[in-house]
Design a protein around this ligand. Structure first.
Ligand SMILES: [Fe+2]
Length: 264
């Protein structure tokens, strides 16, 4: 069994109108540039995970553009919803021909579980009882191989009050499931548009910069970060350990600026 190469991209915030911007960043252009840079930055990924906020306006056009951007990428694309997404539309448009919506998967010697934390009309996240039960069922079904769990909302505070107020509401219940399943070695999330890396026992808790604009770490209120769009690469080793790093787009695609309505 070889090391599994995984690519995470997150929070592209695409619009049906591909010329629209968010925080002064052209999200469709930025997403395509990040994807090209991330795919070129290392071995070909065995799988790609996109951890939500794929569409900003819940339009079929946004999901269509998303789909088109992966043409020829040569890896299965796993998607899950963020607070800005329409889960039912995603399940209809992004669950066939190379795309998988939520559920579980086996990639080489590792398992993936993709969760839905979407709460209609709200920015915070919640794992419904059925989704928590499904996590346990999927972990049991994957057996004793190491597992990476993927979701939109981080399960622990990241140190920014305004973002921590709209995190995963029942993060404690989620972490209890992980505590009962020592084969879980990592959790990747989006939502906070910044890099975060915390070891909790045997589990690495990670968040990843957005493919559009970033938020400054450690703030009370929304402050834009001038760092460029980013992505995360992960090497999942056969002994259950993982190595990871964030990559940044060298070509700058706009100067992020604050908007009246801060959108995670
Ligand atoms: Fe987002």
């Amino acid at each position: 069994m070889q090391t599994v190469q995984l690519l995470q991209v997150t929070d592209p915030h695409l619009f049906g109108n591909s010329s629209r911007e968010l925080y002064g960043v052209h999200t469709a252009k930025s997403f395509r540039l990040v994807l090209a840079a991330a795919l070129a930055d290392g071995p070909r990924p065995d799988a790609i995970v996109v951890t939500g906020d794929i569409g900003d306006d819940c339009s079929a056009g946004a999901y269509g553009q998303f789909r088109d951007a992966f043409a020829g990428c040569g890896a299965p694309v796993h998607v899950l919803p963020g607070n800005h997404d329409d889960p039912a539309l995603m399940a209809t448009l992004l669950d066939d021909r190379g795309f998988q919506y939520c559920g579980r998967a086996r990639v080489g010697g590792w398992g993936l579980v993709m969760l839905d934390t979407h709460v209609p009309g709200k920015a915070h996240g919640l794992l419904a009882d059925s989704e928590l039960a499904r996590l346990q069922t999927d972990l049991r079904a994957l057996g004793d191989i190491p597992v990476l769990v993927c979701l939109h909302h981080p399960a622990v505070p990241v140190g920014s009050a305004w973002l921590d107020g709209v995190g995963l509401e029942n993060g404690a219940a989620f972490l209890e499931v992980l505590d009962r399943n020592p084969q879980v070695r990592g959790v990747i999330a989006g939502h906070v548009h910044q890099e975060f890396d915390q070891q909790r026992g045997a589990v690495r808790l990670l968040t990843t910069p957005s493919t559009c604009a970033q938020f400054s770490p450690g703030t009370q209120h929304c402050v834009m970060d001038q760092r460029p769009p980013g992505y995360r690469r992960l090497s999942l080793h056969e002994d259950g350990t993982l190595a990871t790093r964030v990559g940044w787009l060298s070509e700058f695609v706009g100067r992020p600026r604050e908007e009246n309505d801060a959108r995670r």
